[in-house]
Design a protein around this ligand. Structure first.
Ligand code: L14
Length: 330
């Protein structure tokens, strides 16, 4: 792309949408015109970007009649199902944060540190992976490349901000003694809910299946065995994950630490003697994926346990989406 792109942000008033704008501004993303779109409920509101006021337009069938090059979507699966193809038909490249298109074989699923080249075969829609998958991929890719991966076990500890404003208010209300719930079937304050997204027939949640399926697609390897348990915890921001990895080749645990310290997008925080390990509150508001508690799992031939934390709204959603858009204009 030679000229600066015309940009649309769809779902601009949600938790991820507002962070799209913040990250675009921070990274000084180049653009010619900017269009801010959302549902009828938010249309007419004013949004400030780089000191300029924009009126939120209602998203409709004609929104993409305008000359738009790139649209960042975070408006939920059903909105993406309907409007991403309309945008793509009008020559827009959509970077979509919903789960709607991720497993579509004609749609690349991209983490820029991991599989940037996959943007090239897009047909107008590129999917941003699930928040929990993204942070795991940034950590697993260097290990996969150097040692091969046989099997992965994910156990997640996910923040309420993943459920948007309703999740945040459920936790806030609970902390004030009000157990009324809007986002979850049970109070989140003082609880861990082994339930993210909906249950499906095999007894897993959709969130667990997203991690399983997206891992294989992003690493481009259907042979990796992956399983997951995803849990909502009373934390406002940043998902934490315990990841158990079985590699193909043997390793020295010090080499895994060195590998993490030198990997793009990763910050090693691994000094247990001084109580240093990744924490949700420290990661919140930042873009790296933090990794620590790296240790050998002696129960298998080549096993690793580690702890990985990242801001689910930034690297897990908005920042990753903007990074994909940056690949498009390179
Ligand atoms: O698939 O923490 O993008 O509730 C993003 C938010 C999945 C659930 C997705 C959360 C959703 C996640």
């Amino acid at each position: 792309m030679n000229k600066k792109p015309n940009l649309a942000v769809v779902g601009a008033t949600g938790v991820v949408g507002t962070t799209f704008l913040k990250v675009l501004e921070e990274r000084d993303f180049p653009f010619e015109n900017l269009y801010i779109m959302a549902s009828a409920k938010s249309a007419g509101k004013t949004v400030t970007f780089k000191g300029k006021d924009y009126i939120v337009e209602e998203l409709n069938e004609h929104s993409f009649d305008k000359d738009i090059d790139i649209a960042l979507f975070s408006a939920g699966g059903s909105v993406s199902a309907k409007f991403a193809p309309i945008a793509a038909e009008h020559g827009v490249t959509v970077v979509d944060n919903s789960s709607q298109w991720r497993m579509d074989p004609s749609v690349p699923l991209v983490v820029p540190e991991v599989n940037p080249g996959d943007v090239e075969w897009n047909k107008g829609i590129i999917a941003n992976p699930n928040c929990s998958t993204i942070q795991a991929m940034v950590v697993l890719k260097p290990i996969y490349d150097k040692y091969g991966i046989k099997r992965v076990i994910y156990s997640t500890y996910q923040a309420v901000s993943g459920s948007g404003v309703k999740g945040i208010s459920d936790l806030k209300n609970g902390m004030e003694g009000n157990d009324t719930t809007n986002a979850y079937p049970h109070p989140i304050c003082g609880n861990c809910l082994p339930h993210i997204d909906v249950f499906i027939d095999n007894g897993y949640t959709k969130e667990e299946m997203k991690m399983i399926n997206e891992t294989k697609k992003i690493l481009g390897d259907e042979n990796i065995k992956v399983t997951a348990t995803t849990v909502r915890v009373p934390v406002f921001d940043s998902h934490s994950e315990s990841i158990n990895i079985e590699t193909e080749k043997p390793f020295e645990i010090e080499d895994i630490r060195d590998l993490m310290a030198s990997s793009p997008g990763v910050i090693l925080q691994d000094d247990p003697a001084n109580n240093v390990y990744p924490l949700a509150r420290s990661a919140a508001g930042t873009d790296p994926v933090y990794v620590g508690r790296i240790r050998r799992d002696d129960t298998v031939e080549n096993g690793i346990n580690l702890w990985c934390v990242a801001d689910n709204i930034r690297k897990g959603a908005a920042t990753n989406t903007v990074q994909i858009a940056e690949l498009l204009i390179k």
